[in-house]
Design a protein around this ligand. Structure first.
Ligand code: AG3
Length: 292
Protein backbone atom coordinates (compact mmCIF):
# COMPACT_ATOMS: atom_id res chain seq x y z
CA UNK A 1 0.00 0.00 0.00
CA UNK A 2 1.12 3.49 -0.80
CA UNK A 3 1.85 5.64 2.19
CA UNK A 4 -0.64 8.40 2.91
CA UNK A 5 0.24 11.91 1.76
CA UNK A 6 -0.47 13.17 5.23
CA UNK A 7 2.66 11.44 6.50
CA UNK A 8 4.84 13.84 4.56
CA UNK A 9 3.42 16.87 6.34
CA UNK A 10 6.08 18.12 8.68
CA UNK A 11 4.21 20.72 10.66
CA UNK A 12 0.60 21.53 11.36
CA UNK A 13 -0.69 24.98 12.21
CA UNK A 14 -3.30 24.36 14.86
CA UNK A 15 -5.37 27.49 15.30
CA UNK A 16 -7.20 26.92 18.55
CA UNK A 17 -9.00 30.27 18.40
CA UNK A 18 -12.32 28.81 19.53
CA UNK A 19 -12.98 26.23 22.19
CA UNK A 20 -13.97 22.81 20.90
CA UNK A 21 -13.08 23.38 17.25
CA UNK A 22 -9.69 23.90 15.68
CA UNK A 23 -8.55 24.80 12.23
CA UNK A 24 -5.55 22.70 11.21
CA UNK A 25 -3.51 23.82 8.21
CA UNK A 26 -0.51 22.05 6.81
CA UNK A 27 2.58 24.21 6.87
CA UNK A 28 4.57 23.61 3.72
CA UNK A 29 7.14 26.19 4.64
CA UNK A 30 7.54 28.81 7.34
CA UNK A 31 8.52 32.09 5.72
CA UNK A 32 8.56 34.27 8.81
CA UNK A 33 7.98 33.91 12.49
CA UNK A 34 8.50 36.49 15.17
CA UNK A 35 7.04 37.40 18.46
CA UNK A 36 7.07 41.19 18.56
CA UNK A 37 6.26 43.10 21.71
CA UNK A 38 2.77 43.59 20.28
CA UNK A 39 1.91 40.22 18.79
CA UNK A 40 3.11 36.79 17.64
CA UNK A 41 3.25 36.91 13.86
CA UNK A 42 3.72 34.02 11.46
CA UNK A 43 3.67 33.75 7.68
CA UNK A 44 3.65 30.30 6.13
CA UNK A 45 2.86 28.50 2.93
CA UNK A 46 -0.16 26.20 2.68
CA UNK A 47 -1.09 24.11 -0.34
CA UNK A 48 -4.71 25.31 -0.46
CA UNK A 49 -4.57 28.89 0.80
CA UNK A 50 -1.19 29.99 -0.52
CA UNK A 51 0.63 32.21 1.94
CA UNK A 52 -1.12 32.57 5.28
CA UNK A 53 -0.61 35.29 7.88
CA UNK A 54 -1.47 34.50 11.50
CA UNK A 55 -1.40 36.77 14.52
CA UNK A 56 -1.35 35.30 18.01
CA UNK A 57 -2.22 31.90 16.56
CA UNK A 58 -5.29 33.05 14.58
CA UNK A 59 -5.46 33.15 10.78
CA UNK A 60 -5.75 36.76 9.65
CA UNK A 61 -5.61 36.52 5.94
CA UNK A 62 -4.51 34.22 3.14
CA UNK A 63 -3.47 34.87 -0.43
CA UNK A 64 -6.20 32.69 -1.89
CA UNK A 65 -9.33 33.74 0.00
CA UNK A 66 -8.58 37.33 1.04
CA UNK A 67 -10.60 38.68 -1.88
CA UNK A 68 -13.84 37.46 -0.35
CA UNK A 69 -13.23 39.18 2.97
CA UNK A 70 -11.80 42.40 1.59
CA UNK A 71 -14.29 42.84 -1.26
CA UNK A 72 -17.23 42.37 1.07
CA UNK A 73 -15.72 44.61 3.73
CA UNK A 74 -15.14 47.46 1.27
CA UNK A 75 -17.56 47.36 -1.67
CA UNK A 76 -20.71 46.77 0.35
CA UNK A 77 -20.48 50.08 2.26
CA UNK A 78 -18.94 51.98 -0.66
CA UNK A 79 -21.55 51.00 -3.21
CA UNK A 80 -24.46 51.30 -0.76
CA UNK A 81 -23.33 54.84 0.08
CA UNK A 82 -22.63 55.73 -3.53
CA UNK A 83 -20.64 58.91 -2.95
CA UNK A 84 -17.65 58.03 -0.79
CA UNK A 85 -14.60 60.27 -0.93
CA UNK A 86 -12.85 59.58 2.36
CA UNK A 87 -12.35 56.24 4.10
CA UNK A 88 -10.68 55.37 7.39
CA UNK A 89 -9.35 51.86 7.95
CA UNK A 90 -8.55 50.90 11.52
CA UNK A 91 -6.15 47.91 11.45
CA UNK A 92 -5.90 46.29 8.04
CA UNK A 93 -2.11 46.59 7.92
CA UNK A 94 -1.92 43.78 5.37
CA UNK A 95 -3.30 46.31 2.86
CA UNK A 96 -6.10 44.08 1.52
CA UNK A 97 -8.91 46.54 2.27
CA UNK A 98 -6.75 49.41 1.01
CA UNK A 99 -6.22 47.61 -2.30
CA UNK A 100 -9.98 47.28 -2.83
CA UNK A 101 -10.43 50.98 -2.05
CA UNK A 102 -7.81 52.01 -4.59
CA UNK A 103 -10.12 50.66 -7.30
CA UNK A 104 -12.15 53.86 -6.83
CA UNK A 105 -10.63 56.81 -8.64
CA UNK A 106 -11.65 59.67 -6.42
CA UNK A 107 -10.72 58.36 -3.02
CA UNK A 108 -8.59 59.34 -0.03
CA UNK A 109 -7.78 56.64 2.49
CA UNK A 110 -6.35 56.89 5.98
CA UNK A 111 -5.04 53.59 7.36
CA UNK A 112 -4.22 53.41 11.06
CA UNK A 113 -2.46 50.26 12.25
CA UNK A 114 -0.72 49.75 15.54
CA UNK A 115 1.95 47.41 14.17
CA UNK A 116 4.36 48.50 11.45
CA UNK A 117 5.69 44.93 11.20
CA UNK A 118 2.40 43.67 9.75
CA UNK A 119 2.61 46.28 7.01
CA UNK A 120 6.22 45.57 6.11
CA UNK A 121 5.82 41.80 6.15
CA UNK A 122 2.64 41.85 4.12
CA UNK A 123 4.38 43.95 1.47
CA UNK A 124 7.38 41.64 1.47
CA UNK A 125 5.82 38.18 1.67
CA UNK A 126 2.26 38.65 0.39
CA UNK A 127 2.54 41.52 -2.11
CA UNK A 128 -0.58 40.55 -4.06
CA UNK A 129 -2.76 41.36 -1.04
CA UNK A 130 -1.93 45.07 -0.94
CA UNK A 131 -1.05 45.28 -4.65
CA UNK A 132 0.85 48.54 -4.16
CA UNK A 133 -1.96 50.21 -2.19
CA UNK A 134 0.22 50.76 0.88
CA UNK A 135 2.52 52.96 -1.20
CA UNK A 136 -0.24 54.73 -3.13
CA UNK A 137 -0.19 58.54 -2.78
CA UNK A 138 -3.95 58.43 -2.06
CA UNK A 139 -3.21 56.53 1.15
CA UNK A 140 -2.21 58.22 4.37
CA UNK A 141 -0.49 55.59 6.51
CA UNK A 142 -0.49 56.21 10.25
CA UNK A 143 1.23 53.92 12.74
CA UNK A 144 -0.77 54.48 15.90
CA UNK A 145 -3.24 53.04 18.34
CA UNK A 146 -6.60 53.22 16.52
CA UNK A 147 -8.46 54.00 19.75
CA UNK A 148 -6.37 57.01 20.47
CA UNK A 149 -6.45 58.12 16.88
CA UNK A 150 -10.24 58.30 16.64
CA UNK A 151 -10.45 60.02 20.00
CA UNK A 152 -8.00 62.74 19.02
CA UNK A 153 -8.62 63.40 15.32
CA UNK A 154 -10.80 66.25 14.10
CA UNK A 155 -11.14 64.74 10.61
CA UNK A 156 -14.28 63.08 9.25
CA UNK A 157 -14.77 60.07 6.99
CA UNK A 158 -17.65 58.73 4.89
CA UNK A 159 -16.85 55.11 5.72
CA UNK A 160 -14.89 53.62 8.61
CA UNK A 161 -13.72 50.02 8.22
CA UNK A 162 -12.70 48.38 11.47
CA UNK A 163 -10.47 45.60 10.11
CA UNK A 164 -9.38 44.22 13.44
CA UNK A 165 -8.32 40.93 14.96
CA UNK A 166 -10.85 39.10 17.12
CA UNK A 167 -11.70 40.65 20.49
CA UNK A 168 -8.80 39.10 22.39
CA UNK A 169 -5.46 40.77 23.13
CA UNK A 170 -4.60 44.06 21.39
CA UNK A 171 -7.80 43.95 19.30
CA UNK A 172 -10.17 43.90 22.26
CA UNK A 173 -10.33 47.68 22.65
CA UNK A 174 -11.67 47.94 19.10
CA UNK A 175 -14.96 46.39 20.26
CA UNK A 176 -15.75 48.74 23.14
CA UNK A 177 -18.67 51.16 23.38
CA UNK A 178 -16.21 53.99 23.92
CA UNK A 179 -14.31 53.21 20.71
CA UNK A 180 -17.55 52.90 18.70
CA UNK A 181 -18.66 56.27 20.10
CA UNK A 182 -15.38 57.89 19.07
CA UNK A 183 -15.74 56.39 15.58
CA UNK A 184 -19.23 57.83 15.35
CA UNK A 185 -17.95 61.30 16.13
CA UNK A 186 -15.51 61.18 13.22
CA UNK A 187 -18.10 59.93 10.74
CA UNK A 188 -19.34 62.39 8.10
CA UNK A 189 -23.14 62.83 7.84
CA UNK A 190 -24.63 59.72 6.25
CA UNK A 191 -21.46 57.78 7.00
CA UNK A 192 -21.22 54.01 7.51
CA UNK A 193 -19.11 51.88 9.83
CA UNK A 194 -18.33 48.25 8.99
CA UNK A 195 -16.67 45.86 11.43
CA UNK A 196 -15.05 42.43 11.47
CA UNK A 197 -17.45 40.64 13.78
CA UNK A 198 -16.35 37.02 13.84
CA UNK A 199 -18.15 33.81 12.95
CA UNK A 200 -21.59 33.79 14.66
CA UNK A 201 -21.76 30.01 14.99
CA UNK A 202 -18.71 29.99 17.26
CA UNK A 203 -18.74 33.62 18.48
CA UNK A 204 -22.32 34.32 19.54
CA UNK A 205 -21.47 36.57 22.43
CA UNK A 206 -19.15 38.78 20.36
CA UNK A 207 -21.94 39.27 17.83
CA UNK A 208 -24.50 40.17 20.44
CA UNK A 209 -22.13 42.49 22.24
CA UNK A 210 -21.35 44.51 19.12
CA UNK A 211 -25.04 44.62 18.23
CA UNK A 212 -25.94 46.06 21.62
CA UNK A 213 -23.08 48.53 21.69
CA UNK A 214 -23.52 49.80 18.14
CA UNK A 215 -27.30 49.69 18.52
CA UNK A 216 -27.09 52.19 21.36
CA UNK A 217 -25.37 54.65 19.03
CA UNK A 218 -26.80 54.28 15.52
CA UNK A 219 -30.25 54.31 13.90
CA UNK A 220 -29.51 51.30 11.69
CA UNK A 221 -27.40 48.42 12.99
CA UNK A 222 -27.21 44.94 11.55
CA UNK A 223 -24.77 42.41 10.10
CA UNK A 224 -24.14 40.96 6.69
CA UNK A 225 -22.44 37.66 6.07
CA UNK A 226 -19.94 35.91 3.84
CA UNK A 227 -18.15 32.59 4.19
CA UNK A 228 -14.39 33.01 4.44
CA UNK A 229 -12.90 29.53 3.91
CA UNK A 230 -9.94 30.08 6.26
CA UNK A 231 -12.15 31.28 9.14
CA UNK A 232 -13.49 28.14 10.75
CA UNK A 233 -17.13 27.71 11.80
CA UNK A 234 -19.25 28.91 8.87
CA UNK A 235 -20.23 32.35 7.61
CA UNK A 236 -18.58 35.35 9.22
CA UNK A 237 -20.45 38.50 10.12
CA UNK A 238 -19.55 42.04 9.17
CA UNK A 239 -21.10 44.67 11.40
CA UNK A 240 -23.02 47.52 9.75
CA UNK A 241 -23.80 50.76 11.57
CA UNK A 242 -25.14 54.05 10.19
CA UNK A 243 -27.72 56.71 10.90
CA UNK A 244 -28.76 56.75 7.24
CA UNK A 245 -31.29 53.96 6.82
CA UNK A 246 -31.63 54.33 3.05
CA UNK A 247 -28.15 52.84 2.51
CA UNK A 248 -29.56 49.43 3.35
CA UNK A 249 -32.67 49.62 1.23
CA UNK A 250 -31.03 50.17 -2.14
CA UNK A 251 -32.82 48.27 -4.88
CA UNK A 252 -30.93 45.76 -6.94
CA UNK A 253 -31.23 48.09 -9.94
CA UNK A 254 -29.70 50.98 -7.97
CA UNK A 255 -26.82 48.83 -6.73
CA UNK A 256 -26.21 47.45 -10.19
CA UNK A 257 -26.07 50.95 -11.63
CA UNK A 258 -23.68 52.24 -8.99
CA UNK A 259 -21.50 49.16 -9.46
CA UNK A 260 -21.41 49.58 -13.23
CA UNK A 261 -20.70 53.29 -13.06
CA UNK A 262 -17.90 52.75 -10.55
CA UNK A 263 -16.03 50.72 -13.17
CA UNK A 264 -14.50 48.50 -10.50
CA UNK A 265 -13.69 44.86 -11.10
CA UNK A 266 -14.48 42.25 -8.49
CA UNK A 267 -14.07 38.51 -8.08
CA UNK A 268 -16.66 37.81 -5.37
CA UNK A 269 -18.84 40.90 -5.04
CA UNK A 270 -21.90 41.30 -7.22
CA UNK A 271 -24.91 43.53 -6.52
CA UNK A 272 -26.97 40.35 -5.98
CA UNK A 273 -24.47 39.00 -3.45
CA UNK A 274 -24.49 42.42 -1.75
CA UNK A 275 -28.24 42.32 -1.24
CA UNK A 276 -28.38 38.68 -0.26
CA UNK A 277 -25.60 39.05 2.31
CA UNK A 278 -27.95 41.04 4.55
CA UNK A 279 -30.44 38.16 4.77
CA UNK A 280 -29.63 36.72 8.18
CA UNK A 281 -30.41 33.08 8.97
CA UNK A 282 -32.91 32.65 11.77
CA UNK A 283 -30.39 31.36 14.31
CA UNK A 284 -28.35 34.55 13.82
CA UNK A 285 -31.44 36.75 14.14
CA UNK A 286 -32.23 34.95 17.36
CA UNK A 287 -28.82 35.76 18.82
CA UNK A 288 -29.66 39.42 18.23
CA UNK A 289 -33.19 39.43 19.56
CA UNK A 290 -33.19 37.05 22.50
CA UNK A 291 -33.35 38.42 26.04
CA UNK A 292 -29.88 39.17 27.39
N1 AG3 B 1 -8.95 40.53 10.34
C1 AG3 B 1 -9.87 39.50 10.75
C2 AG3 B 1 -9.28 38.36 11.45
C3 AG3 B 1 -10.30 37.37 11.88
C4 AG3 B 1 -9.65 36.16 12.42
N2 AG3 B 1 -10.60 35.20 12.79
C5 AG3 B 1 -10.53 33.91 12.48
N3 AG3 B 1 -9.44 33.41 12.00
N4 AG3 B 1 -11.57 33.17 12.67
C6 AG3 B 1 -7.97 40.17 9.43
C7 AG3 B 1 -7.29 41.28 8.79
C8 AG3 B 1 -7.40 41.15 7.32
N5 AG3 B 1 -7.16 42.39 6.68
Amino acid sequence: MKSSGALSVIELFDEGLHSGVNLALNVEKVLYREKTDLQDLMIFENSTFGRVMSLDGAVQTTEKDEFIYHEMFVHVPLLAHGNVRRVLIIGGGDGGAARQLMKYEDIAVTLVDIDRTVIELSKKYMPSISGGALDDPRLDLVIADGCRFVKETDQHWDVIIIDSTDPHGPGEVLYTAEFYGDCKSCLAPGGIITTQNGVPFVQESELRQSYDRLGALFADVTFYQAAIPSYVGGDMAFGWATDEKSHRSRSLAELAETYMNSGIETHYYTPEVHQAAFALPLHVQKILTREA
